[in-house]
Design a protein around this ligand. Structure first.
Ligand SMILES: C[C@H](O)CC(=O)C(=O)O
Ligand SMILES: [Mn+2]
Length: 340
């Protein structure tokens, strides 16, 4: 195992749990703390990436380009990364992010749709950015399919491709099989991004490292969608104990989690009844708060909605299905009452 490169995604995946309400002041405090603790890459964007601020995904409190500008102004050593989902983020937004000093573009597609990312990798490389591919919802396909998709991203110019456990539905053997298949097939780096819905985010990240992952993600206090991500400070402590610390200051990260991030969190993401359902049923983690909201609007149990979304294999961008499922469940209940 080698010391991995760590990307902290508190200010991007954490945006989901914050309902996209980060302020410039919070960005400054979090970037300062991460930068001083030696975190080399800090991702800052709306939870659904550049251009995500919308009625479908939730509006950002402050314009995301302002938050990104705050991050690039603040970081002394760390590189600032942005996330872009083709179809949501635009070329124009990526260019503006690069002008603001962003150095890494993470380009995310559904794990079966890498072919839609060619143009975006081309633009990122032309802008001189490091380009990282994200294969989302990677639990739904076997390693050989993910290899084909990752090879597409490699051919488009990706410097690294991530296995993304968007649903937090994987366990260590699933992670190992996928990461080692990519390691064998690609000549570029391989990364892993965890969600903690089955309580396995740290274990899965360590399994990814055992399988040869070069890059991994974390977020302070695990702040992220669903039951959150692998907690950066926990990961740093674990890596240090394994002799794999890539230069992170473990105590500074503990302090950042405790004193900078915890006080601003609306709740601590944990594998509770609903987010555990997400991992168990294999649902996109970002659906959690939307499903809870729709459940209370329609007088339904969020778990029933999430189980049905898992059965329908809903993916990123299909947030509107949550309402469709709720309407179907209400109609089913009415039909059953009528029949009895
Ligand atoms: C847009 C998503 O939130 C990307 C991600 O972090 C995931 O799929 O997990
Ligand atoms: Mn995520």
């Amino acid at each position: 195992m080698n010391p991995p490169r760590l990307t902290d995604t508190t200010l991007r995946d954490g945006s989901h749990a914050m309902k996209h309400r980060f302020t410039s002041e919070q960005v400054r405090a979090i970037v300062t703390a991460l930068d001083e603790a030696g975190v080399p890459v800090i991702e800052v964007s709306h939870g659904d990436g550049l251009g995500g601020s919308s009625i479908q995904y939730g509006f950002s409190l402050e314009p995301e380009l302002d938050l990104i500008a705050e991050a690039t102004r603040t970081a002394r050593r760390a590189r600032i990364a942005v996330l872009l989902l083709p179809g949501i983020g635009t070329k124009d937004l990526l260019e503006r992010a690069a002008e603001l000093g962003v150095r890494v573009a993470r380009i995310a597609t559904q794990c079966t749709e890498a072919d839609i990312s060619e143009q975006h990798f081309g633009i990122a490389k032309k802008l001189g950015l490091e380009a990282v591919g994200f294969l989302m919802m990677a639990h739904i396909r076997p390693p050989e399919v993910l290899v084909e998709q990752a090879k597409l991203m490699e051919s488009y110019g990706a410097d690294c491709v991530y296995i993304v456990d968007s649903a937090g539905a994987m366990l260590p053997p699933d992670v190992k099989a996928r990461v080692s298949a990519l390691k064998e097939a690609l000549s570029i780096q391989v990364g892993f991004h965890a969600h903690n819905n089955l309580g396995a985010a740290i274990g899965n990240t360590l399994a990814a490292l055992e399988a040869g992952a070069d890059q991994v993600d974390g977020s302070l206090r695990g702040l992220g969608a669903g039951a959150g991500n692998a907690a950066t400070e926990v990961l740093a402590a674990g890596l240090d104990k394994l002799g794999l610390n890539p230069g992170l200051d473990v105590f500074r990260l503990m302090d950042a989690a405790e004193y900078v991030v915890a006080p601003l969190m609306p709740y601590q993401p944990v594998p509770d009844r609903d987010s555990l359902t997400i991992g168990y049923a294999g649902v996109y983690s970002t659906f959690l708060l939307h499903a809870k909201h729709v459940a209370s609007r329609f007088g339904l149990d969020a778990r029933d909605i999430l189980v049905e979304l898992g059965r329908r294999q809903a993916v990123a961008g299909q947030e509107d299905w949550i309402v469709d499922v709720a309407v179907d469940l209400v109609e089913q209940e009415a039909g059953q009452r009528h029949a009895s």
